[in-house]
Unconditional design. Structure first.
Length: 86
């Protein structure tokens, strides 16, 4: 799965979790400040990603830097797929 696909999955998941339609999101958008994500919606977002794209999430890998921007979260997802492929 490439970065464009991951960001599209994030857009769909964020729209569902936040009950708000996002026609487009950019990698530099901040999850908390720009998209109004909160601690509860982070958990819902991660569960949604696990269900829709089959990502195995290791809570030990989740630092605050993962949730800084759409790009940082997409990097985390991409690295999760890379680890799974090995």
């Amino acid at each position: 799965m490439n970065r464009t696909d991951i960001i599209e999955h994030l857009r769909i998941a964020l729209s569902a979790v936040l009950n708000k339609e996002f026609p487009a999101i950019a990698a530099e958008m901040r999850l908390f400040e720009d998209l109004a994500l909160d601690s509860t919606s982070v958990i819902e977002l991660l569960m949604s990603l696990e269900d829709t794209i089959g990502l195995e999430i290791d809570p030990d890998d989740l630092g605050p830097e993962v949730f800084r921007t759409v790009g940082s979260l997409s990097d985390y997802v991409e690295s999760g797929f890379a680890k799974a492929a090995v």
